[in-house]
Design a protein around this ligand. Structure first.
Ligand code: GLN
Length: 455
């Protein structure tokens, strides 16, 4: 009730939600009744949850921020949603996002942007700005997000929240509306590292309905966070600072808070060393070929026949004409830009030059990670180069928007886990700053331990 009241009070300004559940109180009462009847419920049963609209739900519409899916109701729940419900979490609603998760500001949502609760004139990050803003504005204590190139970590950074991109394959992608299937990963957003761990524990683990789902047995991320909060694991931890991600383009206050956080780790017994990842400078370029290529293939399913919007032009109604008119009306400019880029990069004659080269760069970046992790336990960088920027600042300059992802993209290209943890406010603008840690694949628990040690 308190969270629904809070949504009613502030969401007119923040616009974190695209849809608020009309039966959250019933679900909560049901959980109360089960608890009263003596049923053993898990540690987060009864806690409200905001769900990024990229995840399909049977009881609320799912749009992925696009007109083309306006009003679409899924016949099944995404696995992450199904597992959240099973853990007793109470879905509050669906959160705003850049259309099909393409963006870093939510300005590309077809339903209007979300505002950053710290400063309503500024962006809440993207694409999962709605989930991060909902948590930062106290509208929800927990949220689910998706991270293809930073869409959980960068919004966490600019809203002073915690965001985790798990190891690729650790959380099922079943029912996550696909952006780029080799990069997409579902993960938690919260106000503390322990909270993120509790949600992570509820959603992780093998799912036969996702062919890239790992079959590993995972430890508890919440336990790792608790150990970190007690100060365990930092003594003797080798933290690698990626020299290639702390140079040019990093705002002064972001660099200041980043170094202070490293000082705290050092004081607690960690060893800070500089490591080089020479191919990271090509990560943004490779990503913006691989992502559009995969996205152009994934988005081909929005053909006006199987899902959502159908527009019949006055000039005629052949299949091609209806398809073209529906896509023209249903997709926004950033989505069209990436589909065109992707189909071009994949076309005969250009495939080797663009997509093929990008895949080779991806391998080199994976080797940079392997080399770095042969020297250190975790890698650290600022979570994003700057604090929250103003609306419109990068909207007409796609390259400027893309460059905001420079710190987050490498982890997706390599499939390794990353966390963003708040480390205070930048002195020059009073806006939140996050530090990012990355660990080798499957070592997600290490991120919770080191992250919680800083809280
Ligand atoms: N900003 C990145 C992009 O626009 C990240 C997207 C994401 O993680 N979903 O592609």
């Amino acid at each position: 009730r308190a969270h629904l009241d809070r949504i009613a009070a502030v969401d007119g300004d923040v616009h974190a939600f695209l849809h608020v559940s009309d039966h959250a109180l019933d679900v909560a009462s049901d959980i109360d009744a089960r608890r009263s009847a003596g049923e053993e419920l898990g540690p987060i049963a009864g806690v409200p949850l905001a769900i990024k609209d990229v995840l399909v739900t049977t009881d609320m519409p799912s749009t992925s921020g696009s007109r083309i899916l306006e009003g679409y109701m899924s016949p099944f729940d995404a696995t992450a949603v199904e597992r959240s419900r099973r853990a007793g979490l109470v879905p509050l609603g669906k959160t705003n996002m850049d259309e099909f998760a393409m963006g870093s500001s939510t300005e590309h949502s077809a339903f209007g942007p979300t505002r950053n609760p710290w400063d309503l004139e500024r962006i809440p990050g993207g694409s999962g700005g709605g989930s991060a803003a909902a948590v930062a504005a106290l509208e929800a204590p927990l949220a689910l997000g998706s991270d293809t190139g930073g869409s959980i970590r960068q919004p966490a950074h600019v809203t002073g929240t915690v965001g985790v991109k798990p190891t690729y394959g650790a959380v099922s992608r079943y029912g996550a509306i696909a952006l780029a299937s080799s990069l997409d990963q579902i993960g938690p957003v919260s106000r503390t590292v322990l909270d993120a761990g509790l949600l992570h524990d509820a959603i992780q683990g093998h799912d036969p309905r996702d062919s890239t789902s790992l079959t590993d047995t995972w430890g508890s991320m919440a336990d790792a966070a608790r150990a970190g909060a007690r100060g365990e694991g930092v003594e003797g931890l080798k933290v690698g600072v990626i020299s290639d991600l702390i140079g040019e383009g990093i705002q002064d206050g972001v660099a200041t808070r980043f170094r202070e956080a490293l000082d705290v780790l050092e004081k607690n017994g960690a060893e800070i060393v500089e490591v080089s990842a020479p191919h990271f400078e090509y990560a943004v370029a490779a990503y913006y070929l691989i992502l559009p290529a995969e996205a152009s293939s994934n988005l081909a399913r929005f053909d006006s026949v199987r899902f959502g919007l159908r527009v019949t032009p006055e000039s005629g109604g052949t299949v091609e004409q209806v398809m073209a008119a529906s896509r023209e009306a249903g997709f926004g400019p950033e989505v069209k830009r990436r589909i065109i880029l992707g189909t071009y990069a994949l076309s005969a004659g250009y495939y080797d030059a663009y997509y093929g080269s990008a895949q080779k760069v991806r391998t080199l970046i994976q080797r940079d990670f392997a080399n770095a992790f042969s020297q250190v336990d975790v890698l650290a960088s600022p979570s994003a180069p700057t604090t929250a920027f103003r609306f419109g600042e990068k909207l007409d300059d796609p390259m400027a928007m893309y460059l905001n992802d420079v710190t987050t993209i490498p982890a997706n290209l390599a499939g390794v886990p990353g966390i963003s943890v708040p480390v205070g406010l930048a002195p020059e603008d009073g806006l939140p700053v996050g530090i990012q840690f990355m660990a080798p694949a499957r070592e997600d628990a290490r991120l919770y331990q080191v992250g919680a040690s800083l809280e």
